[in-house]
Write a protein that binds this ligand. Sequence first.
Ligand code: HEM
Length: 403
Amino acid sequence: MAAFDLWWQDPGAEGFPFGFAIDASHEVGKQFLPEEMIGCLARLREARSRVGGGAEAQRLLDGFLDCALDKHEGRYDYATYCALKVLDFPDDGTGFHDPAGVLEQRDLGLLALMGDLLGFELDALEGRAEILPLMRPGAELGRRRLRLTLAALRPSLDRAGLAIHSDEPEDAARNVLEAIGPRVSQQMRRRLAASMLPVHVVHDEYLFLRVLQGFELSFAWIAVSLWQAIDAMPSAPATSLGWLHLANQLLREVSRLFPLIGSMQPAAFHEFRRYTEGASAIQSAGYKTVEALCRRPDAERLDSPAYRSVPEVQAAVQEGLPTLEDALAAMNEDPEADVALRGEIEAELAAFARQLLRWRQAHYQIARRFLGDRSGTGYTEGLPYLDKGRSVPVFRAASLRET
Ligand code: HEM
C-alpha cells in the first residue's frame, strides 16, 4: 500500500503501481482483496480526475479499475472478469483494410496471451511458480498442457516463422517463449499483467482466464472480418471473399483452445467457480456480435436472456446492424453481380456456418463434462439452454444452412 500512497501524492497514469493490486489478487484472489486495498482503489476511483497522463495509459488505468473494483462496486460480470477493457480488443469494424494485417495482429495477440500461459504452466511444472498455489496439476498434466498450448499456437507460430525445435514439451515451451519474448511490446506486457485478476488462488483459473481471453480476442477479430466482408460485398466482392476466408480461418483455428480448456481439473474448476456467479460468456458481446452479423436473430432469441445479457448488441440489432445475409440477398438481386464470385462467397458462408456449428458442439461437450446438470453462472439452466442454442441456424437461406 505504501507504493500507492507515494504515487497518490503526484499521480500520473503512466506511473500507476499496478503491482500492488495485482500481487494481492494473486495472493488471496479478487474475491478476498483486503479492505485497505479496496479503500485505496475506491479513493482513486472517486478522485480519478486528479490523475494525469497520456490517453493510452489512462485507458489502461480505467480498464484496470473496471476489473479490480467490479465486485466491490456491484458490477461484476463476464467482461470485467476477463478484463476485456484492459486488453482493449477492437470493438467495431472500422479502420482495417487488409486481411493479412489483421491476421498478423490477431496472431501477435494470441502469442502474447497464450505465451503468458505457457510461461506460467512451465514455471509451475519446474517448481518456480509462487502464485495461485491451490490444486497445482501434477507433472503429467502440466506437460500435457504445454503440448496443448503449443498445439493451439501452432498456426500462429508457423506464420510468424517461429519453428518448434523439440519434441520435449518443456524444451519446446522454452524455445517458443524465447522467440515470442522480443515481439511482445512493453505496453502489451502491462496489459497482460493487469488482465490477470483471478477471483481465487486456484492454479487452473489462470488457464481458464487466458483461454477465455484467447477466444474473445478471436471473436473480436472475426467480427472485424465479417464487418469488412459486409462492407465490401456490394462493390468489391473479391475483397469480401478474402475477409470471409479470414473469418473462417480464425474460427477454425480458435477451436484449438477447446482441448486446452478440457485439461482443467474439474474439482479445481468447481473450487474457483464458487466466486464467479454472475459472470458468464452468455454476456460475451464478441460472440453475439459475430452471430448477429451473420443474420438478424429471430425475435424470440433477440428478446431472451441470449441477447438481454448483451444489451449493447441487442440495441445494435434493433437499430439495424448490417448482416451478411442481407448483403448476400442484395448481391443476388443485382443482375450485374459476378456469378462465379457469388458462388464462392456462398461457399465461404456455408463453411462459416458449419464451423460455428462445430464451435457450439465443442462448447456444449465441454459444458456437459464440467457442469453436468448444474445451472450456468449466467443464470440459465445450463445445458438445456445450450442445447436449444445449438440448433439455431447461423443463416436462414437453405443454400447456406449448416449440415
Ligand atoms: C468449463 C468450461 C465451460 C463451461 C462449463 C461453460 C458453460 C456455459 C453455460 C452453462 C452457458 C449458458 C449460459 C450460463 O448460464 O452461463 C454458457 C454460455 C456460453 N459460453 Fe460457455 N462454458 C465453458 C467454457 C466456455 C469458453 C472457453 C467459451 C469461450 C469464450 C465459452 C463461451 C460461451 C458463450 C459464447 C456462451 C453464450 C452462448 C449463447 O448465448 O448462445 N464458454 N457456457
